[in-house]
Design a binder for this molecule. Structure first.
Ligand code: F6P
Length: 370
């Protein structure tokens, strides 16, 4: 078993319900194994910020908060992140990394567990490469980390989105309107697809699948002719603009212009990042947090905690990042260098599997959402 004196934990990128449950699990598991834990405030920016401060008390207050079993009491139920979060471009620079390494050395931080999305994992692998073993825990409402079937926050955000869309339906029904709801997701349509199916949307437009706009408009007109009053159309965040207008607004206008149905546009945005974490997110976050500490104890690092086939698993961070780029069609020259042909084939198979699952659900929604 590898012994660490102290491990750091941070949350970075967009916050997500369940991050606190992961922070609690990491802290308690690490302490139970004789380690100290420090909460790095504000993500990677906190790690860098501490380098510019000399006063140990200010460092403790603003950047590096020691965590004990009591300081993480009662947070399993709370949304947001008690460690705060940020996006930190400086961390990608040589100077930023040097500052972070100095802070780790001066504060005896031997390893780091970073909760967040792909940007967070890039930071974690950089730290590992510079001698600070690091592990990533996927925390983002978008569920857009290809290596894992589930990210912490997705389930809670979906449940919040459901409540909001259900409420929109009430007013759509009263006024016999169509409401186009754009659901957050940063180019990943999973929140929109699941929310659309579960709220009975009349159509769902997501970035992953070509959207048959003509068919959707005709369908809306035809079901209105059959007497349906309120309708919800869902679209994902990140779809390209149409006629110079954000996608959802353009769609709302077209529905109104072509069907004569009074139509409104509504954005379901940051609100779904807040709120209490769901059972599923609390549980997954706890399992991932405990397993992340176990990995470090086993001498493993540079991995992302994942859920695959309902089991907690690990995937090498570099593999996960390249896989993500492949799935999102963002591969650049050299990104696959260093991977064996077997690994590249594995990545392709995972991309196909993920896309096929989304496509299958999407096709199913065609017959159900009428
Ligand atoms: O990644 C989470 C997310 O909420 C995305 O769905 C969204 O596109 C983005 O973050 C918004 O970022 P910000 O909070 O910085 O505006």
């Amino acid at each position: 078993m590898v012994k660490f004196r102290k491990i750091g934990i941070l949350s970075s990128g967009g916050d997500a319900p369940g991050m606190n449950a992961a922070i609690r699990a990491v802290t308690r598991r690490a302490i139970s194994q004789g380690m100290e834990v420090v909460g790095i405030l504000g993500g990677y920016a906190g790690l860098i910020g501490a380098a510019n401060e000399k006063d140990p008390e200010v460092i403790r207050q603003k950047y590096l908060r020691p965590l004990d079993t009591h300081s993480v009491s009662n947070i399993v139920t709370r949304g947001g992140t008690i460690l705060y979060s940020s996006r930190c471009p400086e961390f990608k620079t040589k100077e930023g990394m040097e500052k972070a390494l100095r802070v780790c050395e001066e504060n005896q931080i031997d390893a780091i567990i970073a909760i967040g999305g792909d940007g967070t994992f890039r930071g974690a692998t950089d730290l590992t490469n510079h001698g600070i073993p690091s592990i990533g825990i996927p925390g983002t409402i978008d569920n857009d980390i290809t290596a894992t079937e589930l990210t912490i926050g997705f389930d809670s955000a979906l449940n919040t989105a459901l409540r909001m869309i259900d409420d929109l339906r009430d007013t759509a029904e009263s006024h016999a309107r169509c409401i186009v709801a754009e659901v957050m997701g940063n180019g990943c349509g999973l929140l929109s697809l699941y929310a659309g199916i579960a709220t009975g949307a009349v159509c769902i437009a997501i970035p992953e699948i070509p959207f048959d706009r003509e068919r959707a408009i005709q369908k809306i007109a035809s079901i209105r002719a059959q007497g349906k009053r309120g309708m919800i159309a869902i679209c994902g965040e990140g779809l390209p603009c149409t006629d110079g207008q954000p996608y959802g607004q353009g769609l709302a206008r077209e529905i109104q212009d072509r069907t004569g149905i009074d139509t409104r546009f509504n954005k379901i945005g940051h609100i779904i990042r807040g709120g209490d974490p769901s059972l599923r997110d609390r549980l997954t976050a706890t399992q991932m947090g405990v397993e992340a500490v176990n990995m470090l104890l086993e001498g493993r690092s540079n991995v992302v905690m994942c859920v695959n086939e309902n089991r907690i698993a690990t995937v090498d961070i570099n593999f996960a990042l390249a896989l993500d780029k492949m799935y999102k069609n963002k591969l650049e020259d050299g990104d696959l260098d260093g991977f064996s042909s077997y690994q590249v084939a594995q990545m392709k198979a995972r991309c196909e599997y993920r896309h096929a699952k989304i496509e299958q659900l999407y096709k199913m929604s065609y017959d159900i959402c009428i």
